[in-house]
Structure formats: structure tokens, C-alpha cells
Design a protein around this ligand. Structure first.
Ligand code: GRF
Length: 203
């Protein structure tokens, strides 16, 4: 399965996907990384791994449809079949999301549907939840909504601050994203009636 990854920053989830794809038996390959920020560290990670990486800056376009059309054509020219959002910090229009329906996934640092949006770890601590985690899901036009593919729960410890909790959740993210990608690439995670049905097989 040919994968494109959209990033805006550090790219640690991109790195987890790169590392998974480095195994010749892994059923997906990253053929393109796009960043809307020229200084995203994830671009270095892609180049180090020998993956084509380019910048499509939202600032270079008069409007969001123009920005998305540029990303869409880069993805299609590279033969991308599945798009992974990995710390991509721009909201996508419904038009773009529908064009990639069920071929566009995202990772979010909470157990959705709790704590959509930003500052998830501070809000989880504030709410007093004892577990939080991460979610990989198919993207729908509404932010942080869509059929859930994989989740992992992570304990919130009494001494946690958002940074410490975020670091613990990130470890789980780096396991969940490659797992979700593998399930999709192997045809074992399919959307049926706005839920993901996972089929049997060894994880
Ligand atoms: C991750 O916490 C991800 O869940 C969220 O943005 C962060 C990106 O981190 N969507 P990185 O760029 O993958 O290191």
C-alpha cells in the first residue's frame, strides 16, 4: 500500500511509520511526505530515510482549496493510496476529506470521543480522568471524528503534568499508528456503517 504522510512538526509518529515500513515484510511503504511548514523536523526524518519530502505551505495559496489542491495533486502524482495525518496542524475542508474518504487517517492523543482538539493532556488532567490514551481513526469532516481503528489506554498518574503524560501517551501512539496502518494495508480494518470492523488474524 502506497502511503503519503502529512506533517507540520516534530514527526515522531512519522518516524514510527518509517521504522515500521523499513521491515521488508511490512505491507505498506511511504512514498511521499508533505509538510505545510518548511522548518518541520519531520522533513529531515523523511530525507534521512530517503523518502521524497516536500513543503506545501498554506501561506503560498490565496485560499484553503488552493492549498489542498496542491497537496492533492502531489499525493496523486506519487500514487498515494492512503494518507496519514501525523501531527498535521491544519484543518482540512470537507471537500478534501470526502475526496479521500476511507483513505485518510489521523492519530489523536486522547481516547476519542473524549478530548477532541488541542491541549488534550492538560484537559485530561484537569478532568481527573484516570486513563487517557490515543486513537487512530478514519477522518471525517468534523474535527477528530470518524470511525475508530485502534486505541490504547494510558494511565494518568497523580504526579503527572501535561508534559509527562504526553510523553507516556506518545509511546503508545508510536505503537498504535503502525498497527493501524498494517491492519488497513492487510485489508483487516474496513469501514462498515461508520464503524471499523476488524477481521481475525494475529496482531
Ligand atoms: C501527536 O501527539 C499526535 O497525536 C498529534 O500531534 C502530535 C504530533 O507529534 N496529532 P509528532 O509530530 O508525530 O511527533
Amino acid at each position: 500500500l502506497k502511503v503519503g504522510v502529512l506533517i507540520s512538526g516534530r514527526g515522531s509518529n512519522l518516524q514510527a511509520l518509517i521504522d515500521a515500513c523499513a521491515d521488508p515484510s511490512f505491507p505498506a511503504e511511504i512514498v511521499l511526505v508533505l509538510s505545510n511548514k518548511a522548518d518541520a523536523f519531520g522533513l529531515e526524518r523523511a530525507r534521512t530515510a530517503g523518502i521524497p519530502a516536500s513543503v506545501v505551505s498554506h501561506r503560498d495559496f490565496a485560499d484553503k482549496p488552493g492549498f489542498e489542491a496542491a497537496m492533492d495533486s502531489a499525493l496523486r502524482s506519487a500514487g498515494v493510496e492512503l494518507v496519514c495525518l501525523a501531527g498535521f496542524m491544519r484543518l482540512l475542508t470537507a471537500d478534501f476529506v470526502e475526496r479521500w474518504r476511507d483513505r485518510l487517517i489521523n492519530i489523536h492523543p486522547s481516547l476519542l470521543p473524549s478530548f477532541k482538539g488541542l491541549d488534550t493532556h492538560a484537559r485530561a488532567i484537569e478532568a481527573g480522568v484516570k486513563f487517557t490514551g490515543c486513537t487512530v481513526h478514519f477522518v471525517r469532516p468534523a474535527m477528530d471524528e470518524g470511525p475508530i481503528i485502534v486505541q490504547a489506554a494510558v494511565p494518568v498518574l497523580p504526579e503527572d503534568d501535561p508534559h509527562a503524560l504526553g510523553d507516556r501517551v506518545l509511546v503508545a501512539e508510536h505503537r498504535c499508528y503502525p498497527l493501524a496502518l498494517r491492519l488497513i494495508a492487510e485489508g483487516r480494518a474496513r469501514v462498515e456503517g461508520e464503524r471499523v470492523v476488524l477481521s481475525q488474524g494475529s496482531l
